[in-house]
Design a protein around this ligand. Structure first.
Ligand SMILES: [Zn+2]
Length: 180
C-alpha cells in the first residue's frame, strides 16, 4: 500500500488531519505542521562471474519473493557508503570478500514490506571476489551457486528490477561476444 494511504494519522501528534501533497511524495500535519517525505531507499546488487563465466545467483530465504532467484546484495544502511554496503552484504550473504567493484547501472524499484510499498533505487555492480571457492549462503540467502548464462531463465527472478538487470547484463555479455 502507498504510504499516503497507509499513514493515516500524524506520527508526531496523532492528528487525523495528515494531508497528502499534490506530488504524492509527502504528507503534512495540519495540526502540528510536521512534514514527512518518503524517499527511495538505496540498495546494492552484484554480478559476480567465476573463471568459467558462470554468474553467481542466490535463492531468497525471506519474503518478498521467497524461494525465487536473486543477486547477492541488500539495502544500504543509513550512514554507510555504497561500497561499504557492497562489502558488508557479500560478507554476510555468501561469506566472501569483494576485492574490486565497478558500477554498471541503476534501476528504480518498489519493494513490498509489512504492507508498505517502499520505493528503492537499486545500484548494480560488477564484482570480483577474493575467492570463488566454498561460498557459504547465510543471512537472507538460502543457497548460492554459479549458473551458466545460457541456462539462466529471467522468470525465475522474483524481484522485477533484478529480473530486468539480469536481462541487461546477459545482453551486455552477448554483445561482447558478438560485437556489431
Ligand atoms: Zn501532527
Amino acid at each position: 500500500m502507498h504510504f499516503t494511504t497507509l499513514f493515516r494519522h500524524c506520527p508526531v501528534c496523532g492528528a487525523a488531519d495528515f494531508f497528502t501533497s499534490d506530488s504524492l511524495r509527502s504528507k503534512r500535519c495540519a495540526a502540528c505542521g510536521f512534514v514527512y517525505y518518503l524517499n527511495a531507499s538505496a540498495a546494492v546488487a552484484c554480478f559476480v562471474r567465476n573463471e568459467n563465466g558462470g554468474i553467481l545467483l542466490c535463492r531468497r530465504a525471506k519474503d518478498p519473493a521467497r524461494g525465487s532467484l536473486d543477486l547477492p546484495g541488500g539495502f544500504v544502511d543509513p550512514g554507510e557508503t555504497v561500497e561499504e554496503a557492497l562489502r558488508r552484504e557479500l560478507k554476510e550473504e555468501i561469506g566472501s570478500d569483494v576485492v574490486e567493484s565497478r558500477f554498471l547501472f541503476s534501476l528504480p524499484n518498489q519493494y513490498e514490506y509489512s504492507g508498505l510499498t517502499v520505493p528503492t533505487l537499486d545500484l548494480f555492480f560488477d564484482c570480483r571476489l577474493a575467492s570463488y571457492e566454498s561460498l557459504k549462503a547465510a543471512d537472507d540467502v538460502a543457497e548460492c551457486f554459479f549458473c551458466n548464462p545460457t541456462e539462466i531463465r529471467l522468470e525465475d527472478f522474483g524481484l522485477p528490477s533484478i529480473r530486468k538487470a539480469v536481462g541487461f547484463f546477459l545482453n551486455e555479455i552477448e554483445l561482447k561476444k558478438h560485437p556489431k
